[in-house]
Each structure stands twice: as C-alpha cells, then as structure tokens.
Write a protein that binds this ligand. Structure first.
Ligand code: HEC
Length: 163
C-alpha cells in the first residue's frame, strides 16, 4: 500500500520533473547565457528545483489550493536533484570556468562543506515529504521554510551574488 503510494508519487514526480525540465530547457536556452555541458546541466537542475519551490511558495501563500500530494511530489523531485548536486560540480576546467557560470571558486576549496549543503537539502526535502503525508499544515509550512533556508544558505556561500 505504502509502496504503491510511493511508486505513484515517483511517477508524478517524474512526470512533473520531465515537464518542468522541458519548460526550463525551452525558457532558459538564452537566459543561461549560452552555458553548455555540466554548467548547463546544473543550471537546468537548479531551475527545476526553483520552479518546484515557487509552486510550493504559491501554495503556502494561499494563491493555490493546498495539496499534500503535490507537496510530496515536489519534495521528492527536489530530493532527486539534491542527490545529483555533488556530481554536477566536478573539479574540471569546464565546471569552474564554463560560460555564464555563477559558481564561486570557493566551492572547490571547500567541497566537503558544499556537498554537505546538498546532503542537508536531501534530508530536509525528505522530511518535507514525510511531514506533508502526516497532514499537519503548520508543521508542513515550517518544514518548507527549513528546506528553503538550505537553498539560500548554499547560494550565499557558493554562488555569485545577483547583480
Ligand atoms: C549545495 C549548494 C546548493 C544548494 C543546496 C542549492 N543550490 Fe541553487 N545554485 C548553487 C550554485 C553554486 C549555483 C550557480 C551554478 C552555476 O551558475 O554554475 C546555483 C544556481 C541556482 C539557480 C540559477 C540557475 C540558473 O539558471 O542560472 C537557481 C534557480 C537555484 N540555484 C535554485 C535553487 C533552489 C530552489 C534550491 C533549493 C531547493 C537550491 N538552488 C539549492 C548551489 C546550490
């Protein structure tokens, strides 16, 4: 029963992921400033997570109806991408100096700390999925905020500030 539900969620998450990836790919061909290879790959992954967080944010602001299944699907999707983050920042010339990258060089001086943020992301998004399944909305909102904090903490430390 739980397994079936999980499989269903993964299917939804995959469908959502593919849809967002397609949308992201079409929208960001130019926005990414001509990024290629691993830089483009990680930008696409980040965009998918950004889209998922934006949708959840809209839900918590009451702009969209609360939907526990959708929260779980988004959390699973974020978790999948969180697992890929360490691999998407290899210590290579392309990765460090690829066109349009906003990754700071300090990533490769502190790779363990960087990867730990990705692990935190995975843990918090999994917790979000579990808590959404339990149904107490206040707790779900708090866990959403905790998850969002990991995104910004990593960006503050490792991504060029917006100009
Ligand atoms: C482990 C650190 C880390 C975590 C965790 C992380 N990010 Fe990022 N993110 C980065 C870095 C570094 C970049 C810049 C990548 C580049 O330009 O090469 C980035 C870039 C982005 C971008 C811009 C992509 C583009 O098109 O240029 C978005 C959007 C984004 N992240 C969203 C998120 C969201 C949402 C989360 C949380 C669910 C998140 N990130 C979690 C490190 C992280």
């Amino acid at each position: 029963m739980i397994q079936t539900k999980y499989k269903q969620l993964v299917r939804i998450a995959t469908a959502v992921g593919m849809a967002s990836a397609l949308v992201a790919a079409s929208l960001t061909a130019f926005a990414h400033g001509g990024a290629t290879g691993v830089v483009k790959q990680r930008m696409d992954a980040m965009e998918v997570m950004g889209e998922a967080m934006k949708n959840l944010g809209a839900m918590f602001k009451g702009q969209v109806d609360y939907d526990a299944d959708a929260i779980q699907a988004a959390a699973e999707l974020i978790g999948q991408h969180a697992q890929d983050i360490p691999m998407l920042f290899p210590d290579s010339h392309e990765s460090r100096h690829g066109k349009a990258t906003e990754a700071l060089p300090v990533i490769w001086e502190q790779k363990e700390r960087f990867d730990k943020f990705a692990a935190d992301m995975l843990r918090e998004s999994r917790a979000l999925s579990v808590i959404a399944g339990e149904g107490e909305q206040r707790a779900v909102r708090l866990q959403f905020a905790k998850t969002a904090k990991v995104c910004s903490a990593c960006h503050t430390a490792f991504r060029k500030p917006e100009d």
